[in-house]
Design a protein around this ligand. Structure first.
Ligand code: ATP
Ligand code: MG
Length: 369
């Protein structure tokens, strides 16, 4: 399973800087618009303190964090939906992603060119979101044209078309006002239909204010971040303030220097860690652990996954020959301090094929092939 979060925004706002910081992949960074012309894909490790704690209680040779993907996408400009800038091609890059990390410039620096000639993060958010709405409106109108005819039939296909038409007609007026499909009130079946439309504005979105180093210790005091946060709150979304350039420098430091630098800046944890965790959640991902062997390892699954399919992530044999899962919740292990104490407290639970995995499960899969 490879879900990807796409880094999206206007040109020259710090998308590649942020991407480099998170992946250390060395994507080209430059102080001119359109430095990124093909999307860069990078894997990131998900920082998780629970791994260290598990390894402390059940020691192994190696700790292996889980990973997921970020994609650095080229800058989108006003008019992109009509082919401006590098146009539709980049909107297609966004379509391939599972969630959007929307980066806006939230730092003053006369040396860095702003394509809008000013720093106004909320206006920038609205510019991008409007382009995405226009592109989606185009897709929805085309789709309505196709589905309308089919919806006249009374057979199974006709009924499905009717259901789809209902969703499209709910979404259309919202897009016409520049809104997002994800903000339309839909029931679960309708949400499934919406997913099949592959609209840009239906993707879960996280707003990232790229702030100045001076605001890093406490982004909540930064006026640009506050504006972005308010926008996100009003739209039921999350916002994070990250000093991308500084984070990029930190990412390249040896571990000792990192600690020292963060302490000097008054930062408890790199903002990147927060961003990676928030993106992971945005993608609907959760983690289970395996321990007790040579490795203490984190595994990623999609929220709602059942035990056999979760086992299949390790190896297809585990799913094919699934018998049961023996599970300890991380919180129980953490609290009780040893596997034996967990067993004595009756907290080790044995689950069958219908068990829905919980974030933090420490699992031993039993299988037979
Ligand atoms: N928080 C920050 N403070 C000051 N300068 C920054 C900050 N973040 C990034 N920069 C600088 O802004 C410039 C543009 O950054 P970057 O190349 O990452 O933008 P981009 O959004 O990827 O642009 P493009 O759309 O052209 O790909 C770089 O010179 C970078 O060092
Ligand atoms: Mg770039």
């Amino acid at each position: 399973m490879s879900l990807t979060a796409g880094i999206v925004g206007l040109p020259n706002v710090g998308k590649s800087t942020l991407f480099n910081a998170i992946t250390n992949a060395g994507a080209e960074m430059a102080n001119y618009p359109f430095a990124t012309i093909k999307p860069n894909v990078g894997m990131v490790e998900v920082p998780d303190k629970r791994l260290d704690r598990i390894n402390e209680i059940i020691p192994s040779k190696k700790i292996v964090p889980t990973t997921f993907e970020f994609t650095d996408i080229a800058g989108i400009v006003k008019g992109a939906s009509k082919g401006e800038g590098l146009g539709n091609k980049f909107l297609e890059n966004i379509r391939q992603t599972d969630a959007i990390i929307h980066v806006v410039r939230a730092f003053d620096d006369g040396n860095i060119t702003s394509v809008t000639g000013k720093v106004d993060p909320v206006e920038d958010i609205e510019t991008i979101n409007l382009e995405l709405s226009i592109a989606d409106l185009d897709s929805v109108n085309k789709r309505i044209g196709k589905v309308q005819r089919a919806a006249k039939g009374n057979d199974k296909a006709g009924k499905a078309a009717k259901a789809e038409l209902t969703v499209l007609e709910k979404v259309k007026p919202v897009l016409e006002k520049g809104g997002a499909a994800r903000e339309v009130d839909l029931d679960d079946d309708q949400k499934k239909i919406l997913k099949g439309e592959f609209l840009l504005t239906s993707k879960p979105t996280l707003y990232v204010a790229n702030i100045a180093e001076s605001s890093m210790a406490d982004p909540s005091q930064d006026k640009y971040f506050q504006a972005v946060k308010k926008y996100a709150d009003d739209h039921g979304a999350q916002a994070i303030g990250i000093a991308a350039e500084t984070e990029e420098e930190i990412a390249e430091m040896p571990d000792e220097d990192k600690k020292e630098f963060l302490a000097a800046e008054g930062v408890k944890e790199p903002g990147l860690n927060k961003l990676i965790r928030a993106s992971y959640k945005l993608l609907g991902l959760e983690t289970y652990f395996t321990a007790g062997g040579p490795e203490t390892k984190a595994w990623t699954y999609k929220k709602g996954t059942k035990a056999p399919q979760a086992a299949g992530i390790i190896h297809s044999d585990f799913e094919r020959g699934f018998i049961r899962a023996e599970i300890i919740a991380f919180d129980d292990l953490d609290k009780l301090g040893s596997e034996q104490a967990v067993k004595d407290a009756g907290k080790l639970h044995v689950e069958g094929k219908d068990y829905v995995m919980h974030d933090g499960d420490i699992v031993n899969f039993r299988f037979n092939v």
